[in-house]
Design a protein around this ligand. Structure first.
Ligand code: F3S
Length: 683
């Protein structure tokens, strides 16, 4: 039986567990990336582990999200991140150098390597044939410390691409089509592996757009083969030596296959407020637009922005519409300038921002009240733009540029003949804005601003928990709902007590005060709880406010991991109908938690406000590693006790099933894929 590309990479990096889909597997992590948004927390966690230097092949820290400096906080964070990078052996990509995923693709991604990033769109690296997975910050800190990453061995879905994209249709339309079919929920534990004759027609940056937004489907990651296009891209980056041809075996076995004929796709748009709310642009055409934003890690390559420039050349942005453009990297920015495309955008009235995330998560350029914003970004959750009642639409660059000129949502095909894109100037390789670490950073001092406060510590788990149901939520709650981003809140990311004051602000502004007054409690939720950003603070802040457990119908992958890492119990309804029987203000009691952790099920007792009561069966499906983490009260406690045990035993390994050799940390995979036989964690 042949292997998928995903299986090949996992086998090459196997450390422990089982290669059977649905079971726990641990892999060696070659590279990590940390954006500044979660980076300070990752660094505080890494510091707490007392390890002198990162143990990955490469770790890169990026200053890309928090580049708006309306106070000292973000600048302090960047200074701290730069110091930490030098001290612990991490490359530091300075503010102004670009968005982590775009820069990592250009300068560091290598086919066949594993990449773990503290950002859900780390999956962008799949465009180069990497196994690139987004995770919570603590998982990344642990990987930086040399621990393998434990996750559910994925089920691999083949996305078979045929044909060639037509004029005015782009890679964004491919992934919007995928999202339209798969939706944003129910895909936990899948990897989307692209193949078929159509793949060869897509450049690496096209593939990056597609792999990037696989995150919106909630899959573990997306992977493309490493082929001629990959070789061309790496050669253009002066990294031809990193090329390695990689593809699935012709007789590989997939969970299922989804076929897409690229030649019949048309321009698509995701309507507010979910990326899977997709319709053809022609069906929604004519909606007046207040703003168009072209940029983000999804669509900010030179090819993207050059297409936008070609469309607006000789025209002017519509009077009622603001066109905002942010290049993905300094390299892209430079190419735009040298090719003349930047001048055309400026002539057309575009407002050019620095190469950073910017408006994507509300870091500036919030739309007007009730405004309509069309964006080439990857998320259109309510409030994420920085304006609570804004209506955000997602589309490709062609649709965005055509719409900015028209002032209304426009199917770009009305523009007629295909655009001519300027020949890209040669890529100028200039890594001077990436600071490599010194060979020995032990003497580097760490400058912390007053807003960078130590991590709160949390106790080990108790066998019983009781408290009030503080909040009852519906389906598809995003991490933006739980802990919003934006220019006003992001600066407090290094200060958990301060940022916790914004927890659930989008839903109930009094939540933090109520939670503190009640001494903590519980949150009830529907399906797909915690979708969206990998934002670790969406677990850390509820933990800080005393949330003991979440009881939901289902969870998004990264957020469920983050809850466990923070020591919050992620319970599932045994009977979804029980959701209706619980109300805010009810009292919930749990006994025998340790037994529940072992058995994967337990009973909860509910005392209602009207005096009635009920007992409900709930599920707690966990992998072995997760049981260990929850019992310890969180991953940091767990790693710290492991390290102490290892030091007492004078042994280096800090993780079960993990061993250090002269060549790094390896473990041979079992020939037959067999491994532990515990119950798989259901999606
Ligand atoms: Fe940044 Fe938005 Fe991507 S916040 S990393 S551009 S999803």
């Amino acid at each position: 039986m042949g292997l998928t590309l995903t299986e090949k990479i996992i086998r090459e990096h196997f450390v422990a567990g089982s290669l059977v889909p649905g079971e726990e597997v641990a892999v060696r992590i070659d590279q990590t990336l940390t954006p500044d948004s979660g980076g300070t927390m990752v660094c505080l966690q890494f510091e707490a582990m007392n390890i002198p230097r990162v143990r990955t092949e490469l770790s890169v820290s990026y200053a890309d999200h928090q580049t708006l400096q309306v106070g000292f906080e973000n600048a302090d964070d960047h200074r701290y991140l730069q110091d930490i990078a030098a001290r612990y052996g991490i490359h530091f990509s300075r503010a102004g150098n670009g968005i982590c995923h775009q820069v990592h693709l250009e300068r560091f991604g290598i086919p066949g390597k594993t990449l773990l990033g503290a950002d859900s769109h780390t999956s962008t690296g799949g465009a180069l044939g990497m196994l690139a997975i987004g995770a919570g910050g603590l998982d990344v800190a642990l990987a930086m410390a040399g621990n393998p990453f434990t996750f559910t061995m994925p089920r691999v879905v083949r996305v078979e691409l045929e044909g060639k994209l037509g004029s005015w249709v782009s890679a964004k339309d491919v992934i919007l089509d995928v999202l339209r079919r798969l939706t944003c929920k129910g895909n936990v534990g899948l990897v989307l592996e692209y193949g078929g004759s159509g793949v060869a027609t897509l450049s690496v940056t096209d593939r990056a757009t597609i792999a990037n937004m696989g995150a919106e489907a909630g899959v573990t990651t997306s992977v493309f083969p490493s082929d001629e296009q990959t070789g061309i891209f790496l050669e253009s980056q002066g990294r031809g030596h990193d090329f390695r041809r990689m593809e699935a075996d012709s007789n590989a076995v997939y969970e299922k296959t989804i076929g897409i004929d690229l030649s019949v796709l048309e321009p698509l748009v995701a309507l507010p407020h979910l990326p899977d709310n997709v319709v053809p642009v022609r069906e929604a055409a004519g909606l007046p637009l207040d703003q168009v934003f072209i940029g983000s890690c999804t669509n900010s390559s030179f090819a993207d922005l050059a297409r936008a420039a070609a469309i607006v050349t000789g025209k002017l942005v519509a009077p009622g519409t603001s066109l905002v453009v942010a290049p993905g990297s300094r390299q892209v920015f430079g190419m735009m300038a040298r090719s003349g495309a930047l001048a055309e955008l400026i002539r057309a009235g575009a407002r050019i921002l620095e190469c950073a995330c910017g408006p994507c998560m509300g870091m500036g350029q919030a739309p007007c009240s009730g405004g309509r914003s069309l964006r080439t970004t990857n998320r259109n959750f309510a409030g994420r733009s920085g304006t609570k009642d804004a209506m955000v639409y997602l589309a490709g660059v062609e649709t965005a540029a055509a719409s900015a000129i028209a002032g209304v949502l426009t199917d770009p095909r009305v523009l007629g003949d295909p655009i001519t894109i300027p020949v890209p100037p040669g890529i100028e390789i200039d890594d001077r804005m990436i600071i490599p670490p010194p060979a020995d950073g032990t003497s580097i001092g760490l400058r912390r601003g007053p807003n960078i406060v130590p991590l709160p510590s949390f106790p080990i788990l108790a066998d019983e928990a009781a408290g009030e149901v503080l909040l009852k939520l519906g389906d598809n709650i995003t991490t933006d709902h739980i802990l919003p981003a934006g220019a006003k809140i992001m600066p407090y990311r290094s200060n958990i007590p301060a940022i916790s004051e914004f927890c659930f602000q989008a839903i109930d502004e009094k939540f933090p005060a109520r939670a503190k007054a009640a001494g903590g409690g519980f949150v009830i939720a529907g399906f797909n709880y915690g979708q969206g950003s990998s934002r670790e603070h969406a677990a850390l802040c509820p933990k800080y406010l005393g949330i003991k457990a979440i009881l939901a119908k289902s969870y998004a992958r990264i957020h469920r991991n983050n809850l466990i890492n923070m020591g919050i119990i992620p319970l599932l309804f045994g009977d979804a109908a029980d959701y209706e029987k619980i109300a805010p203000g009810d009292r919930l009691e749990i006994k025998n938690l340790f037994m529940g952790i072992e058995e994967g099920r337990l009973n909860i007792h509910l005392l209602r406000k009207d005096g009635s009561s009920m007992t409900a069966a709930v599920l707690l499906p966990l992998r072995n590693k997760e049981r260990e983490i929850l019992r310890a009260g969180g991953a940091l406690n767990c790693a710290s006790s492991k390290r102490q045990e290892a030091m007492q035993a004078s042994a280096l390994p800090v993780w079960e099933g993990f061993r250090q050799t002269g060549n790094g940390m390896i473990h041979d995979p079992p020939e037959d894929g067999a491994g532990r036989t515990e119950s798989p964690v259901p999606d």
